[in-house]
Design a protein around this ligand. Sequence first.
Ligand SMILES: *[C@@H]1O[C@H](CO)[C@@H](O)[C@H](O)[C@H]1NC(C)=O
Ligand SMILES: *[C@@H]1O[C@H](CO)[C@@H](O)[C@H](O)[C@H]1NC(C)=O
Ligand SMILES: *[C@@H]1O[C@H](CO)[C@@H](O)[C@H](O)[C@H]1NC(C)=O
Ligand SMILES: *[C@@H]1O[C@H](CO)[C@@H](O)[C@H](O)[C@H]1NC(C)=O
Length: 515
Amino acid sequence: MKVLEALACASALLPLATADWQFKSRTDLAPPRLNITIPATKDVEKGYLFIAPFPGQFPDPEHHGPRQEAPYIFRDDGELVWSGYTYYSIWTANFQAAKWKGQDVLFSFEGDHNPAYGHGHGHATFLNQNYETIRELRAGNHKLMDKHEFHVINEKTGLIQIYQPIPTDLSRWGGSAEQQWIVNAIIQEAVLPLNPGQAGSGYNSSDAWDYFHINSVDKDAAGNYLISARDACAVHKINGTTGDIIWRLGGLRSDFELGPNVAFCFQHHARFISQSEDEEVISLFDNSAHGTENHHGHEVHTHPFSQGKIISVNTAKWTAEIVQAFQPPDGLLAKSQGSTQVLPNGNALVNWGSEGALTEFKSDGTPILHAYMDSGLLGEGVENYRAFRYNWTGIPNEEPAIVAEKTPSGTAVYVSWNGDTETAIWRFYAITDQYGSRSYLGESKRTGFETSFFFAGRTYTHVAAEAISVHGRVLRATQGVRAQEQVLPPTNYVDAAAAAAAKGRSMWRQVVLQA
Ligand SMILES: *[C@@H]1O[C@H](CO)[C@@H](O)[C@H](O)[C@H]1NC(C)=O
Ligand SMILES: *[C@@H]1O[C@H](CO)[C@@H](O)[C@H](O)[C@H]1NC(C)=O
Ligand SMILES: *[C@@H]1O[C@H](CO)[C@@H](O)[C@H](O)[C@H]1NC(C)=O
Ligand SMILES: *[C@@H]1O[C@H](CO)[C@@H](O)[C@H](O)[C@H]1NC(C)=O
């Protein structure tokens, strides 16, 4: 009761949009707080982490993170670089940076998501380095683009994937006369039996039996494709000219004899790594599990935990060997989604799909960074389709955000610039007259998303800041803002919200809505 009163009292002071007290200058943003259980060592590859976490299928989504599902760019220490919340709307996945026709771009799948079937329908949206939308790419020929694959090839073309329901006779697979829709895919091979009562049983075009479930496509320099067929537990190399199968790895009709730990199942994200005369190296994410995140329906496990894998196939001896397996720090088993990105320095970034976590490994399999994609109660049930590491230079078009507060002992200023990667120093000024004359107050090294500066013993009514590059160049100036009375977070805010949520109620949200 006391807690409720305290919250009710505090909430009256707060704007409704105050999300979670992470940033004073951007109270509208509530990005996930990464739970980093293995802090990055000096061996991690250079670049930022690209993720697009979303809440899993929990009956009460309020208690599960992230609060703002969106594409995000993070630093290895968990500091936010860019929140893509509202830049992309609806449901997003497969967020990446790429070079596209000479330009550095961000892209992500954006669209409708059907979690029960694992299908998404939408388009790829491209942003430039100023975070402006420059392109929306849709599938041609009256087909809907699926969420699973979008991949820029040769900086020019995009590989996408489409699920096309077609009517067919399923009786030889044990289907009844009413079950006659399958999702069209190029090759037929089935491991999963028809399973009435589960999503995808073939009763109608929305419930089409997805017997193959292609979930990744890659293309090599010779124009051949690597296709991952999740429900066949196999990857196929396909002749890009004829569409013929060149080889099959895994599944019921593998062309290769599999060495120890090569066998995989329900895998994702198969990629060509290198090719020579008789030897081809690929990477993939081996889920070794199939099922729904809410534990309804039938679950299949083929191994106790999921693994990132680099596999070498020999097309003279028809053998397949593991080059390196990447094993999860906490024995994670991803029932859906996942990715393995082999990085330029030989490290691998493995994303544990339905488990909402990522790990960077050294090429010898040692984990050197592990993070869950939200923390506390919000960390439960977070999922993420793929994660990547890329270099990125972001120069936001929007102005930097600035807030100043009068405290009993001086003036505090908070500044941030969503998506900026170039500011090294923030320089602060007092605005001294109505014509905007400024006097220099001091500067702060930029250490994360938000930078603060405190002027002890002085009260300034108007302040402004400038973003300074590593070369000392002024990148952008903020507006001048008036210093406001300080607002403190409600007493015991964190404890109270956690206690309420543990009892199955989100007191905080309720109180704010009443206020
Ligand atoms: C399609 O079949 C499923 C499974 O029987 C059923 O739940 C759904 O209502 C059907 N949809 C339509 C549009 O008939
Ligand atoms: C693909 O098919 C074409 C046409 O038959 C053939 O010339 C080519 O060698 C094939 N490629 C591979 C890698 O088998
Ligand atoms: C971080 O994750 C670990 C492992 O799942 C968990 O034990 C711990 O409670 C989490 N910490 C936070 C703050 O969520
Ligand atoms: C980022 O750039 C550095 C320097 O060019 C390079 O060493 C590194 O491999 C790049 N990182 C990624 C993820 O491409």
